[in-house]
Write a protein that binds this ligand. Structure first.
Ligand SMILES: [Zn+2]
Length: 103
């Protein structure tokens, strides 16, 4: 290895071009770019379902993938209470071999 890298340092942009504010902010990706601002409503709360039972497979199904993964709240919009109930129900269903464990 020879010190060829020292030659390339001259090509770097001068510090004057990097002004604070506009130039940098424009290049940067806006935060939350892939998400919509629409507020999600918990479907189980909307239907006034108090408790999700492991036997109610039709309720659990939309909250997990075909491979048995529990979908995050970020995706489904379920509230914390129902997400906990769903997670428990899905885990019971896995144990009963109604859903697979692995992805
Ligand atoms: Zn809910």
């Amino acid at each position: 290895m020879e010190n060829n890298e020292n030659v390339k340092t001259e090509n770097q942009a001068p510090a004057e071009n990097r002004q604070e504010g506009k130039a940098e902010a424009g290049a940067r990706r806006p935060f939350r770019r892939h998400f919509s601002n629409k507020k999600k409503v918990c479907r189980l709360c909307a239907e006034k379902i108090k408790h999700v039972d492991y036997k109610q497979f039709h309720l659990i199904k939309p909250y997990c993938t075909e491979t048995g993964r529990i979908l995050p709240r970020k995706v489904t919009g379920a509230c914390a209470k129902h997400q906990r109930q769903l997670a428990r129900a899905i885990k019971i269903n896995r144990n009963l071999a109604l859903l697979p464990y692995n992805d």
